[in-house]
Design a protein around this ligand. Structure first.
Ligand SMILES: C[S@@+](CC[C@H](N)C(=O)[O-])C[C@H]1O[C@@H](n2cnc3c(N)ncnc32)[C@H](O)[C@@H]1O
Length: 254
């Protein structure tokens, strides 16, 4: 195997899996995304080559950038390097992991996926939101709000009817439209919403609001937006002690 697609988790380097840390410490080349905390790279060998494709000088469009990343992974793998492709959260949750796996396998290269803690569940969890608290929600839906320019982009009626927890990723820009459409589809405007910006980092910011107010509150990307009864739990945990240092957090809790 020469390419490991590793989920880096939502932010804090402590949230990388042990398996991910082990392959990262052996890698010849580490190809990283914008959302990965630079401190995680301290786990790599001092002589490992680090390629930041968050700033990759691709031809411009997302598809062209992705093609350039695929080519880079294939070329490094063919050159015999042990390549770690480090991606934020879990590589397969809105992370284009499947495209990279397909490109590599089509090119005859072997690839192994090492899962990570997805921001969709881990960031709310760190902020005290249990996404499927018993008796409050037995449905968990994770949706991308990235391409929501037209009104048919999301199945709003189905989402509103689920009456569970709705987690929105990449939805900061279109949050007002999404909230409005969910209310029109029958969701209670008073539904609790918990939004967490830059979760699991030292800059984490939490905003508690409602569906009716979501479009009005100040919010910056990257953020996880949790819609549903469980969002009312936000802040119950983790208020004491910054999330960035595990030892500090434990010290603050005990
Ligand atoms: C392209 S998706 C990648 C998701 C990633 N694969 C995962 O499993 O978390 C990027 C979106 O994930 C969310 N996200 C990722 N990391 C985050 C973090 N530390 N805090 C808040 N949101 C985060 C944001 O909604 C962001 O726009």
């Amino acid at each position: 195997v020469s390419v490991f697609l590793v989920g880096a988790g939502p932010g804090d380097p402590d949230l990388l899996t042990l398996r991910g840390a082990r392959v990262l410490s052996s890698a010849d080349v580490v190809v990283v995304d914008r959302l990965v905390d630079p401190r995680m790279l301290e786990l790599a060998r001092a002589d490992a080559r680090i390629v930041d494709v968050g700033k990759y000088p691709g031809a411009g469009s997302a598809a062209e950038d992705q093609a350039a990343i695929n080519e880079l992974l294939i070329a490094e793998s063919r050159a015999g390097s042990l390549v770690v492709r480090l991606k934020g959260g879990d590589p397969n949750v809105f992370g284009r992991g499947a495209e990279e796996v397909a490109a590599l396998t089509d090119a005859g290269e072997q690839v192994v996926v090492i899962p990570g803690i997805t921001s969709a569940i881990g960031v709310p969890g760190l902020a005290g939101i249990p996404v499927t608290a018993r008796g409050e929600s037995s449905v968990l839906t994770v949706v991308s709000g990235h391409r929501v320019d037209d009104d048919d982009a999301l199945p709003y009626n189905a989402l509103a009817a689920l009456d569970g927890t709705l987690v929105l990723l990449m939805a900061v820009e279109h949050r007002a439209r999404i909230a409005q459409r969910l209310i029109e589809a029958g969701m209670d405007p008073r539904t609790p919403v918990g939004a967490i910006e830059r979760g699991a980092t030292s800059d984490e910011r939490r905003v508690a609001t409602t569906l009716a107010e979501l479009g009005m509150v100040d919010l910056r990307a990257p953020a996880v937006i949790v819609v549903g009864a469980v969002a009312a739990h936000m802040g119950a945990l983790g208020q004491r002690g910054g999330p960035s240092s595990r030892l500090e957090a434990i010290a603050a809790l005990v």
